[in-house]
Design a protein around this ligand. Sequence first.
Ligand code: ZN
Length: 270
Amino acid sequence: MTFDDIKGNEKIFAGLKRAALTGNVAHAYIIEGDAGVQKDMVAKAFAKAILCREKRGAGCDECVICNKIEHDNHEDIFYVRKDGNSIKDENMSALQERLKNKPLGERNIAIVEDADTMTLRAQNRILKTLEEPPSGTVIILLSENTESLIPTILSRCAVIRLAHTEDIEDAESAETAKRVADSLIDGKPFVEIKKMLSSVSENKDKAYAFLDALEHFYGNMAVRDDEASRNYPKEYIYSRVGDIEEARRDLKRNAVTGYVIKSFVLKAMN
Ligand SMILES: [Zn+2]
C-alpha cells in the first residue's frame, strides 16, 4: 500500500511525497483524521516514501524495505500503541530509549498510534524529544482529535489534516457522476459506462450518493450558460432528473442496487 492506493487527500500526499523525495522531511508530524480515515496506512505510505531506495518519494511496495514496513517489522520503525486506554509515560520513555539507537538504515521513524490518548505526563515526555529531536528521526503522531494534545506539542509538529471520509466519498461521487453524464451525452457504449458504475452499485448508500451527485451535476448544467452546458439541452436534463427520481423510488422499494443503476443508464441512453 503506497500513497497511490489511498483514496482522497491527493494534494496532501503530493506534499508528503515531495518532502520524502527531496529529503526535506520535518522531524515530527501529526496526522489528524477521523476514525474512518486509515491514518496508519498513511503513516506507512509515508515511511515507504522516505525509506524505499527503489522509488524514493513514493515507495515501490515490492522491495525488502517496503515489505518490512508493510508487515510492521522494519528495524528502524518503532510503533507506540495504546497500553489499555491510554499511552502512558513509560510507553514514551521506551520510545525515547529506542530513539537513542542509531538507525540501521537512513532514519529512525516512530509511529505513535492514538496519540490523542497520551496522558499529560506522556505528552510532556514526548515534548522533550520534540524539542531536541535526535538527528534524522521522524516522529509521526496519529490522532483523531488534536484538541487533546497540549499546544506546545502542536507547535513542534507539522500538522497534516486529512479530509473526512464523507468528503472524499462526495468528491468521488461527483467525479463519477460527471464522467457518466458526459459519457451518456457523448453516446458512449453501455459496456464502457458500466465499468464506471461498479463501485456505485456496491450498496444503497453509494447509489444514493451517486444519484444525488448526478442530479446536482444536471442542475448545474441547467443554470449555467457556457460551452459545456450547451451540450445539455434543457429537455434532456428534465428527462434525466425524472429518471433519477424513479431510480430513487426503486431503491426505496428495495430493488437490487445494481439493477436500478443499470436500468437508469439504459433509459438515459435512449
Ligand atoms: Zn520499496
